[in-house]
Structures are given as C-alpha cells and as structure tokens.
Ligand binder design. Structure first.
Ligand code: 2AM
Ligand code: CA
Length: 260
C-alpha cells in the first residue's frame, strides 16, 4: 500500500473509533495546567496511527504530540501526526476536533489529511494535485479588503486579550476585519481558510503536528502561510502562524500589521 492510501485508511479508522468513544471522568488529565488537557483517546489513537505507519514503513520517522519522536538515521519520510487536534472540544463538545496526518520528504510536502471527525469531512491534498474535501476541489478566498475578511483563531485569549509584547497590532487587526471566529483546532481553522470559509487564520502558538498536514492542504488550495513575522513557517519547531487565502492577502496583513 502506498503511503497516502495507508494514511487515509488509518485516519478514517481512527475517526470511526473516536466517534464511538465515550469519556469516563478519569480519562481526562492535565498536562501543563487546566487549559492543557489530554485524554486516554489521544494516546490510544496516536499509538494506533504510529503502529499502522511503522508496520508498513518501518524506516519512516514519526513526530507526534503525545509520544517522543521516532526517528531513523535516514528516514524515508517524516510523518507529523496529531491524534486529536482540539482535545478540549473533544472533551466538552464531542465535535470540532480533527485527526491530522501530514507526510513530508525532507523539506518537500508529500500529502496532508485532516479529518473533521464528527462532521466526517476529510480534507486532503497531495503535492501538486490540488486540495479536496471528499470529491470537492477546494479554493481559498480571493478577498483582499481587510474590512471584508473573516479571521479565525484557535485561541482568542492569548491572541487578542493577552498578546505577547510586540504583538499588540493583532488587536488592531481584529478590530479592522469583518469578524473574528474561533473553532479551537488549528488544523480545522487552516482547513477553513483552504475552503474559503475563513479568509485569515492567526495562531500565536502552534506545533508541527498541529499545522504540518493542513498547511499542505491550504497551499494546494491557493492559500499562503508564514510565521507572524513573515518568516517561512519552520517544519520542525513550534511557533506562530499567519494563514491567508492568497499570498497577496498575506502580504497585505504582514505589511499593515506585521510583527517583527
Ligand atoms: P490540541 O488540541 O492538539 O492540544 C486550541 O487549543 C488549539 O491550540 C488546538 O489546535 C490545540 O491543539 C492547540 N494547542 C493547545 N495547547 C497548545 C500549546 N501549548 N502549544 C501549541 N498548540 C496548542
Ligand atoms: Ca492534540
């Protein structure tokens, strides 16, 4: 089985299991605090994905949220996996959470898959072949007037209410756009930009497993992504994210609100 076909089968199977999951109170624990949670289902699902990938591609490397990176000296490909992106939503809503799997060969994207589990919407893209939700091709927004843009962010508190020093311009951006919305899942918010349901996404902390699958989908849909200071988004480090429907819209936001 090729990597993409394997990934799709694993993601769909993981999603089916999560839809059936029922959370016991003791299945939830805090990582760094009461706003940073993990469940037995995050760990179980990541183990399922890791075992499925490594049984077919034992030389590949895996970077996931819940377990240490598995790497070989010269990995065939590197997989970035988030078993549940939007764990808080999984716990409180049982909706608006995703399974995210991205695969890269060195600096080159191979494919990305993001499953909106409860909606059973599978976003996917293979490099050079466009972005899709099921059989529907995705096209990101072409809007360029700031006052018409819908901005998504996974974290309203840290992005706008408690911005880091030097990022106060984010509040001015929030005031200038048409409206601000929050889903609470970086992967789903980037996919919302990819399909034109949002025009911008700002995340002040995002990890490789949060965004490395969805960034492929977004770019294949015509969108653009960078760090908040305009630098290229690193593949292997956590950081900030600014995504837009087009490189023109991204440049415009960087020019008017860019944070150095
Ligand atoms: P998670 O659900 O996989 O933890 C809103 O909380 C979004 O930010 C989610 O995509 C969430 O991913 C992510 N997130 C939560 N805590 C984070 C942290 N400490 N660093 C980076 N991303 C985080
Ligand atoms: Ca996660």
């Amino acid at each position: 089985m090729e990597r993409f076909e394997l990934a799709e089968a694993l993601v769909r199977k993981a999603g089916a299991a999560l839809r059936q999951a029922r959370l016991e109170a003791d299945a939830v624990s805090c990582k760094t605090g009461h706003q940073d949670l993990v469940t037995v289902w995050d760990r179980r699902t990541e183990q399922f994905l890791r075992q499925g990938i490594l049984s077919e591609f034992p030389s590949d490397a895996i970077v996931g949220e819940e377990y240490p990176t598995v790497s070989t000296a010269a990995p065939g490909a590197v997989w970035y996996i988030d078993p549940i992106d939007g764990t808080t939503n999984f716990i409180n809503q049982h909706s608006n959470y995703a399974v995210s799997v991205g695969c890269w060969q060195g600096d080159e994207p191979l494919f990305g898959l993001v499953l909106d589990v409860e909606a059973d919407r599978l976003y996917h893209a293979c490099a050079g072949q466009g972005a899709w939700c099921g059989k529907t091709p995705l096209a990101a927004s072409r809007r360029k007037n700031i006052s018409e843009l819908l901005l998504f962010t996974p974290d309203v508190l840290r992005t706008f209410l408690q911005p880091s020093p030097g990022r106060q311009d984010l509040l001015r951006l929030a005031q200038d756009v048409r409206a601000v919305r929050s889903i609470g899942s970086v992967a789903l918010e980037l996919c919302a930009v990819a399909c034109g349901e949002a025009d911008l996404c700002v995340a002040t902390r995002s990890c490789p497993w949060d965004h490395n699958a969805a960034r492929i989908i977004l770019q294949e849909a015509g969108g653009a992504i960078a760090s908040l200071n305009g630098a290229p988004l690193p593949l292997n480090e956590p950081g900030t994210v600014l995504a837009a429907g087009s490189s023109e819209a991204l440049d415009l936001v960087l020019k008017q609100y860019g944070m150095q």
